[in-house]
Design a protein around this ligand. Structure first.
Ligand SMILES: Cc1cc2nc3c(=O)[nH]c(=O)nc-3n(C[C@H](O)[C@H](O)[C@H](O)COP(=O)(O)OP(=O)(O)OC[C@H]3O[C@@H](n4cnc5c(N)ncnc54)[C@H](O)[C@@H]3O)c2cc1C
Length: 461
């Protein structure tokens, strides 16, 4: 597709939609919207625009579509696969000023939110009402960015990803048409499931201007345990057994020893530097939780656990959780002069030990500092490799490691990305992963965005 640059006339028209304060072609604003948190190179957009309501979004898209100007949505820019990088330049549409929590309906466990709401801010509001929005990617992500990437996090094993926690969307299509999809009922069998199509589509099919999200009740009791193992495969094996037992942990995180060492160094946790499972249980009463913890202990011990520590008090638990949430930032801080590549794959839980082994082996062979951890309960594995910035030889090694891990994940029935999205980095695996259905994805893209103006250069190879 031959796109058009943002010319003087386009700039005047776009500026007239939102007013001069919310349209910019200034260098610093372009730079701020040229790069996410990934290793993918920055690309400057030609202009940035900040709408405050759906009518403005609709007018902007209608104009861009007529003029063939590419448009890329922007939340907080915390993606790690190049998802919001405007690779074909054009316009970046920044949702940070559409950040109203429109309504909270406690009795229905629902909230209507605009896409620019940061999920931690929503949860801060909800805390006082005994509610929370469960998907928790860790970084200061917006609901729009989470929907677009189908983000998930530490507690997805129990509460589901963003997809499982969304009931209704209002979307502006490339043509400027505004459509609603889904319902406020907690279940439905009606019609085609457009919500599931738009969630995870990385702003390539339409831009979300409002969402109704599911809320959960904050539980009365939380209990946490830490199980250490002499080898990482044994820890991964225990994950499968815990899942099979039906004890339903709220988080089930695996940290290889190099991650534990870093957490100790940064936060003085004093944990044994061994492969570790962090397990959390949520429940209504202490007795029920104690039973779950006891069962987890038995399972871990039968899988070769060296040490099982339970009854962790709240401050220590919060400290460990914070260290886990900050894992990626901590790794980056400890490797100045390096860029991080986060390899994100997910596999059926039974294949998790094999993937973990391969990830550690590959990291070791690469000679590049590597950290293996993941949302083990979801079979989701991350390997962060810290290569020297601009070192092309290391970049090639990292790409090869990523290729081998992704191909293995697909071979065992998994996926090239568990939660970070396809973005730029995973496009090359789409054919291997999706086979003949990739052609249907292309047809869907053409149906919703015939001129291909929405976030071009993403998802589809
Ligand atoms: C330290 C760190 C830790 C992370 N940990 C996790 C994790 O545990 N789990 C996880 O899932 N992710 C994780 N991420 C990745 C990232 O935080 C998530 O993918 C997040 O959902 C991105 O949200 P954002 O608001 O930053 O979106 P952006 O990065 O700004 O955009 C993401 C995508 O959404 C599109 N978009 C933005 N707004 C809209 C809209 N209104 N409508 C349609 N499309 C839109 C963009 O075009 C882009 O394709 C982590 C990132 C970092 C830096």
């Amino acid at each position: 597709m031959k796109f058009k640059s943002v010319g003087r006339k386009d700039a005047e028209h776009l500026e007239s939609i939102v007013g001069p304060d919310r349209f910019s072609m200034g260098q610093s604003n372009l730079e701020l919207h040229s790069k996410d948190q990934s290793y993918h190179p920055a690309v400057l957009p030609e202009a940035v625009i900040w709408p405050v309501n759906r009518t403005e979004v609709s007018e902007i898209l209608r104009y861009a579509n007529e003029q063939l100007v590419p448009v890329t949505g922007w939340g907080s820019g915390t993606s790690v696969e190049g998802n919001p990088i405007p690779v074909q330049r054009g316009l970046v549409l920044d949702f940070s000023m559409m950040n109203r929590i429109v309504e909270i309906r406690d009795a229905d466990f629902q909230a209507d939110v605009e896409p620019g709401v940061v999920y931690q801010d929503l949860n801060e509001k909800l805390r006082h009402r005994g509610l929370f929005f469960a998907p928790d990617p860790g970084a200061r992500a917006t609901i729009g960015g989470m929907l677009a990437n189908n983000a998930s996090g530490i507690r997805t094993v129990r509460y589901g990803s963003t997809r499982a926690n969304t009931l209704r969307l209002t979307v502006v299509l490339a043509s400027g048409e505004i459509i609603d999809m889904g319902s406020r009922s907690s279940k439905t069998s009606s019609g085609y499931d457009l919500i599931n199509l738009f969630i995870g589509s990385e702003g390539t099919l339409g831009l979300v201007v409002q969402a109704t999200v599911r809320l959960k009740g904050l539980c009365e009791e939380i209990s946490a345990a830490i199980a250490t193992f002499s080898d990482v495969e044994a820890a991964a094996g225990a994950v499968f057994e815990i899942k099979r037992s039906g004890i339903d942990p709220a988080s089930l995180e695996l940290l290889a020893q190099e991650c534990v060492a870093l957490m100790n160094k940064e936060r003085g946790l004093g944990l044994a530097v061994l492969p570790t499972l962090f397990i959390e249980f949520h429940g209504a009463g202490k007795n029920q939780l104690q039973e779950s913890v006891d069962m987890a202990r038995e399972i871990c011990q039968s899988c070769g656990c060296d040490h099982f520590m339970s009854g962790i008090e709240r401050p220590a638990r919060d400290n460990i959780l914070r260290a886990r949430y900050e894992m990626a930032e901590t790794i980056m801080r400890n490797h100045p002069g390096c860029s991080h590549t986060v390899i994100d794959v997910a596999v059926p839980v039974s294949a998790y030990p094999e993937l973990i082994s391969l990830a550690r082996e590959e990291a070791l062979k690469s000679g590049i500092p590597g950290y293996v951890f993941g949302h083990a309960g979801d079979g989701n594995l991350h390997l962060i490799l810290m290569g020297k910035t601009l070192d092309h030889a290391q970049r090639a090694i990292i790409d090869n490691v990523s290729n081998r891990l992704v191909i293995k994940a697909i071979q065992v029935g998994g996926t090239s990305t568990g939660e970070h999205g396809t973005g730029i980095g995973k496009r090359k695996f789409m054919e291997t992963e999706h086979g003949a259905s990739l052609e249907w994805m292309k047809k869907i893209k053409t149906l919703f965005d015939p001129n291909g103006i929405l976030n071009p250069g993403k998802i589809l190879p």
